[in-house]
Design a protein around this ligand. Structure first.
Ligand code: BGC
Length: 807
C-alpha cells in the first residue's frame, strides 16, 4: 500500500461487500459499487449503481400498518461481463483455484483494478485483469476493460456482456421485509452490432433511466467481429460471443456505457442520448486519460499533505484521508453544480438510510467551503428549493416559519421512517428521530458559514437570508414562555443523541430543554438579527415585506435570544436535557463484558426489554457539539447574552463527563470528541482521531459500511486536519488561525479558498506560513492571536508559533 492506493491482496468472501462499498467508483452524478463484474447480488456480492438523488417511494404493510418509504433506487447493473472457458462453468471466484489476487483502488486516477491469476478444474491457468471507472469528465460515461490471457491452454472462450434491470433494493438486511421493487421495464433492444440499450422507469417517481452499452473485442490489439447472439428479456439484455485464444494470447473486451435519465437537462429523450453518447465515446484508454486529468485537477484543490512522525502508519493514515476525500468527491463533485441534490449521509454507495439527507452536512460543508464553495452553494440550494415544503411542515405542526425534516429526500417532506427494526430483537419500534429539530439550526449554521467563508452577499440576499429568517421564525414559534422562571423553553424534542427520545416511563416522545437545541436556537435567532443588518437596505425591506416580518417579531427574537433557559447540574455541568441528572448510571463494564462492542447499546437494551432512556448514556456527542461548533469565546458571548455564567475552565469537565458516558454508536461521535479534546488532551484526541479514521476502512461498527460509507465521518476526519489542527475560524470577515498540531504530526500543507483568494498554508510544530497566490482582488484579513494582518495576492505571512504547547 502507498498513500494513493487502497489494496486488497486476497479474495475474502465475508469482506467482499465492505470492499465493494469502499471501492465504489462515481462522479457525483452516479456511483457504482466496486463489485466483481461477473457477480450477482447474493451472500457474498452486492453490485449496485445509484443515481445522485434517484429516489422512489413504495408502500409496505408492516407491524399492522401501511408505511411508505422513499429509497435511493438501485439502478440496472451495467457491469455484467462474464466468461467461460471451453464450455465450462461461467467464471466464479469461488469455483477456481486462485494463484494470485490483487484489487487496487487508485485514488490518484480514480481507477479500480483487479488482477487475478487462477486455475480451473481442468488445470487451465488464466490471467484476468480488469479496470473500471465512472468518468469524472463526462458524467454520463463509465467504462470497464477486461483482459484475459490464456497462460497454458488454447481454446474457445464464451463472453457475455449484459445490462441487467432485474435488480431490486436488497443491500440492507434490516429492510428485507419492506417493498423493494422500484423499477419497471420500458425497452430492451440491440441498437447495432455492438450496442445494447436498456430502459427502465422507477414505478412511483417515474424517472426514466437509459443505459446504452458498447462492447468491443480485441485480440493482440486487433479488433474482432465474432458473431453475437442476443438474450433479450423485458428487463435484461445480453450479448454472447465466442472467441478462440491461442496459448499466451490475450483477449481484451471494452465495455463502455452511457447512462442518462429523463431528469437530465439538454435532453430530447434519455434513450436517444444514451445511444448517441455510447457511439461517440472514445476507447477505454482515451476515456481513462480524460478521467485521470479531472482527478488530477480535483487533487490539486483537495489534497492534504501531512508528514507523520510514524512513517508506515503515517502513510496508511494519509491514504485513508485521501480515500475519504475521494469518496466525498465521488458523491458531490463539480457535477453536483448542475444537479438538484443534497449530500447523503451514506454517499451514493449503498442503501442504508435510503440515500437520505440528514444534518451530516454540518460535518461536510466546512471542508467544501474552504476548497470548492461552488459545491456548497449548490448543495445549500437543495435546501432552498425545499423551503416551501419546510414551511408547510411547520404550519401542519402548528408552528410558523420553516421546519426542515430530519431526513430529506426528493421533495423535502419528512422521510424518517415511522418504525424501525431492531435486528437484535426482531421488534419493530416507533422511530421518533424526526423530533431532532436541531437539523434546522444546522441548516442556518451552514448558510452562515458559507457566507463567512465566501462573502457571497448575492447568495445571502436571494437564498440564504430567507432560510435563516424562516428558521428563526420556526424557533420563535416553538419556544414556550415559562412564567415561573421567566425564561423560554423548548419542550418535546430530541437532541443529536438518538438514545434518548423520551423520558423513562413516559408514553409521550420527546425531551425538554435539550441544551444543544436551546443554544442553537439562540444562535439562529441572533444570526437572523445579524443577517437583517448585513442585508442591503432594499433587500432587507423586500424580504421583510415578503415574509411579513415586523418589528415586534424581530424584538421577540431578540428577547428569546436573551432569555432562553439552559439547564445545568453539578458545578458548571450543562445537562444534556432537563431531568438528565435523575437518570440512572449505566454499568458500562458489565455491558462491555457481556457484549464486547456496545456501540449499539440501544439495540442491546431494547432486546433486554430495557431502554437507554433510563440511563446516562449517549450514542454520540450532544452537549459537546457546542464545543465542536463554537470557540470558548463565542460560547462566552452567547451565555452572557443569556445571562448565565460561563467559565471556560468547566469545558474539560463537561467533556470528561459526557465522554465517559458515550458509546460512539454513530461514526460522527469520534470526530466530535477528537475535535473537542484536541487542545486539552492531545493523546486522547489523537486516539479518537485514529478510531474515526478506521470507521469505514475497518468497518468498526461491524457491518454498516457494506451498506454505504459514512460521509460525515469521512469529511469530518479531513476537516479535523483542515480546521481543527490549524485552528481555522472564519468569523466577522477574518480568517483566524491558531495552529496546534498533534505531536504525531510533523507538518501539514494544504490549499484553501477564502473570499476569492487561493491560499497555501504550511504548518510545522514551530512555524506557520501562509501564502496568498497572485490575485488582483481585495486583501483578506487574517488573524493570529490578537494580531490582525492584511494579505494581498502574492504576499506571504510567516511566523513562529508562540509555544509548542497549545493554549
Ligand atoms: C446518527 C445521526 C446521523 C445519521 C446519519 C445516525 O446514526 O445518530 O446523527 O445524522 O446517523 O448519518
Amino acid at each position: 500500500m502507498n498513500s494513493w492506493t487502497l489494496v486488497y491482496e486476497s479474495f475474502d468472501p465475508p469482506q467482499e461487500k465492505l470492499r465493494e462499498a469502499l471501492c465504489t467508483v462515481g462522479n457525483g452524478y452516479f456511483c457504482t459499487r466496486g463489485a466483481a463484474p461477473e457477480s450477482r447480488a447474493d451472500d457474498v456480492h452486492y453490485p449496485g449503481t445509484y443515481l445522485a438523488g434517484g429516489y422512489n417511494r413504495l408502500e409496505t404493510q408492516i407491524a399492522g400498518r401501511t408505511i411508505e418509504n422513499e429509497d435511493l433506487v438501485n439502478l440496472p447493473n451495467w457491469l455484467p461481463l462474464s466468461f467461460r472457458i471451453q464450455g465450462g462453468d461461467w467464471f466464479n471466484l469461488q469455483g477456481v483455484k486462485i494463484h494470485s489476487y490483487r484489487q487496487t483502488l487508485d485514488l490518484k486516477q480514480g481507477l479500480l483494478q483487479r488482477s487475478i491469476r487462477f486455475e480451473d478444474a481442468e488445470q487451465r491457468i488464466t490471467l484476468l485483469e480488469q479496470k473500471c471507472l465512472v468518468h469524472m469528465g463526462n458524467r454520463h460515461l463509465a467504462a470497464l476493460e477486461t483482459c484475459l490471457q490464456a497462460e497454458n491452454w488454447s481454446g474457445k472462450v464464451d463472453f457475455c456482456s449484459a445490462l441487467d434491470g432485474r435488480v431490486v433494493n436488497d443491500n440492507v438486511e434490516r429492510y428485507s421485509d419492506l417493498a423493494n421493487r422500484h423499477l419497471e421495464p420500458l425497452a430492451a433492444q440491440q441498437l447495432d452490432e455492438e450496442t445494447l440499450l436498456l430502459k427502465m422507469r422507477t414505478n412511483q417517481s417515474r424517472v426514466e433511466i437509459a443505459q446504452a452499452s458498447r462492447t468491443r473485442i480485441f485480440i493482440a490489439g486487433a479488433a474482432q467481429t465474432p458473431e453475437r447472439s442476443l438474450d433479450q428479456q423485458d428487463d435484461y439484455i445480453a450479448q454472447q460471443f465466442t472467441i478462440n485464444l491461442e496459448q499466451g494470447q490475450e483477449a481484451r473486451i471494452e465495455k463502455i456505457i452511457a447512462l442518462f435519465t429523463s431528469r437530465d437537462e439538454a435532453l430530447s429523450e434519455c434513450g436517444l442520448e444514451a445511444r448517441t453518447a455510447a457511439a461517440r465515446a472514445g476507447c477505454f484508454d482515451d476515456l481513462l486519460k480524460g478521467h485521470a486529468l479531472r482527478w488530477k485537477h480535483l487533487w490539486r484543490r483537495f489534497d492534504i499533505n501531512l508528514e507523520e512522525a510514524n512513517g508506515d502508519k503515517g502513510e496508511r493514515n494519509k491514504m485513508i484521508l485521501r480515500l475519504h476525500i475521494f469518496h466525498l468527491l465521488q458523491t458531490v463533485s463539480m457535477h453536483a453544480i448542475k444537479l438538484d441534490i443534497g449530500v447523503p449521509s451514506r454517499g451514493w454507495h449503498g442503501e442504508a438510510y435510503r440515500g437520505h439527507i440528514f444534518w451530516d452536512e454540518l460535518f461536510i460543508f466546512p471542508l467544501l467551503n474552504l476548497r470548492t464553495p461552488e459545491i456548497t452553494r449548490t448543495l445549500l440550494k437543495y435546501r432552498y428549493r425545499r423551503l416551501d415544503e419546510a414551511r408547510a411542515a411547520a404550519r401542519e405542526s402548528g408552528f410558523r416559519g420553516a421546519m426542515y425534516p430530519w431526513q430529506s429526500g426528493s421533495n423535502g417532506r419528512e422521510e424518517s421512517q415511522e418504525v424501525h427494526l431492531n435486528p437484535k430483537s426482531g421488534n419493530w419500534i416507533p422511530d421518533n428521530s424526526r423530533l431532532q429539530r436541531h437539523v434546522n439550526a444546522a441548516i442556518a449554521w451552514n448558510v452562515w458559514q458559507y457566507f463567512q467563508v465566501t462573502d457571497d452577499l448575492e447568495y445571502l440576499c436571494f437564498y440564504g437570508a430567507e432560510m435563516i429568517l424562516e428558521i428563526a421564525r420556526f424557533w420563535s414559534s416553538l419556544v414556550q414562555w415559562n412564567e415561573e422562571i421567566e425564561r423560554y423553553e423548548i419542550l418535546g424534542v430530541m437532541g443529536p443523541d438518538e438514545y434518548h427520545d423520551a423520558y423513562p416511563d413516559s408514553d409521550q416522545p420527546g425531551l425538554n430543554n435539550n441544551t444543544y437545541t436551546n443554544v442553537m436556537a439562540v444562535w439562529v435567532l441572533s444570526c437572523a438579527l445579524e443577517t437583517l443588518e448585513v442585508l442591503p437596505e432594499n433587500r432587507r425591506q423586500e424580504l421583510c415585506e415578503i415574509l411579513g416580518l415586523k418589528e415586534d417579531e424581530i424584538e421577540r427574537w431578540d428577547h428569546i435570544s436573551r432569555r432562553m433557559r439552559l439547564v445545568f447540574h453539578g458545578e458548571g455541568l450543562l445537562s444534556q436535557f432537563e431531568g438528565y441528572d435523575e437518570l440512572e448510571e449505566l454499568d458500562w463494564e458489565s455491558y462491555r463484558q457481556k457484549h464486547g462492542k456496545v456501540m449499539r447499546l440501544d439495540r442491546i437494551l431494547e432486546a433486554e426489554d430495557d431502554t437507554p432512556n433510563r440511563y446516562k448514556c449517549s450514542k454520540q456527542a450532544d452537549v459537546l457539539m457546542l464545543f465542536y461548533l463554537f470557540s470558548a469565546e463565542e460560547l462566552q458571548t452567547l451565555f452572557e447574552r443569556l445571562g448565565y455564567d460561563f467559565d471556560c475552565q468547566t469545558i474539560p469537565k463537561n467533556i470528561d463527563y459526557y465522554l465517559a458516558r458515550t458509546s460512539h454508536g454513530s461514526t460522527l461521535s469520534q470526530v466530535v470528541h477528537s475535535w473537542v479534546l484536541s487542545r486539552s488532551d492531545r493523546e486522547g484526541s489523537w486516539d479518537l482521531y485514529a478510531q474515526a479514521l478506521r470507521s469505514d476502512i475497518d468497518d468498526i461498527q461491524g457491518g454498516t459500511t457494506p451498506e454505504g460509507i459514512h460521509l460525515g465521518a469521512m469529511a469530518g476526519t479531513v476537516d479535523l486536519i483542515q480546521r481543527c489542527y490549524t485552528g481555522i475560524e472564519t468569523r466577522n470577515g477574518v480568517l483566524h488561525l491558531n495552529p496546534c498540531l498533534p505531536r504525531e504530526l510533523m507538518s501539514l500543507c494544504l490549499q484553501l479558498h477564502y473570499r476569492g483568494q487561493l491560499l497555501t498554508l504550511r504548518i510545522t510544530q514551530e512555524k506557520m506560513k501562509l501564502t496568498c497566490q497572485q490575485c488582483e482582488i481585495e486583501a483578506i484579513r487574517v488573524a493570529y492571536g490578537e494580531q490582525e494582518y492584511r494579505l494581498r495576492g502574492g504576499e506571504t505571512l510567516e511566523m513562529n508559533l508562540c509555544s509548542k504547547e497549545c493554549p
